[in-house]
Design a protein. Sequence first.
Length: 321
Amino acid sequence: MLIVPERQIPDLLTRSASFTAVEKVFAAMAAGQAYNFPVIREAIGHEDALYGFKGGFDRDGHTLGLKAGGYWPHNLEKRGLINHQSTVFLFDPDSGMISAMVGGNYMTALRTAAASAVSIQHLARPDAKVIGMIGAGHQATFQLRAALEQRPFEKVIGWNLHPEMLPNLAAVAEEAGLPFEAVELDGMTEADVIITITSSFAPSLLAQHVSPGTHIACMGTDTKGKQELEAALLGSATVFADEIDQSITLGEAQHAIAAGLISRDDVTEIGAVINGTHPGRSSAEEITLFDGTGVGLQDLAVAAAVVDLAVEQGVAIEVDF
């Protein structure tokens, strides 16, 4: 078994490698060559933590495995650790033997950012100039860096429930040589692309905050009850998802489905756009929306890439099992 510890991954994994791995696995999912297993996610009754498992099998990528982990909301204040903690386990699909164990924290941040970046690459208008961020926490900085590589953006605008966190976004904009402006939610009408990345259980982004032609990547809703967008927005947009079943039960689409504004048939896998079996954006005025719930196959694809890089660079730890 190979082990790639968490401490090694920032030196191995790039945004480009994450993007390629996620794009390929989305395409494989839409082609029916890869599928996710049912998600287990439970409140464990200790430390207010949520813990669970995501897994799947990718025939194209010859990848089988699972990610175990969850959200410990008091980690930062009590232990100086990030609140999301996870580990990925890979298995040989031919024999069933375990093949690798990979630290999942940094990798999860990059694969989540890669998913929204893939959606921007395939669905945003080519002339998009202003990117809007709703949310300014740890993950938001990963989202913004990956997104800025997909279009020639000229400005970053941002809103956060706690405005004192907005300097996180301003610093990333400065890295990219772009101006940053803090705005109220109605200022999001200036944005050509909007990324939402919060842990909200009530909508922040309303239909009146979004201009025609905008692409929205909704990345924070991954649990029943969570909600970042007004349901009416999905009713007026062309909706895409990483996986349809998760989108309509755990993702942003759950609320629009419950309100009768859309049906399952109104949600398309983004892999179909990547594969060319769906045209994607059809006009400059169309609002496109990506419901990114986070699927186990994303983690497995990126973990497999990490293992290959670790072996190539001679830093993978081999142990008998």
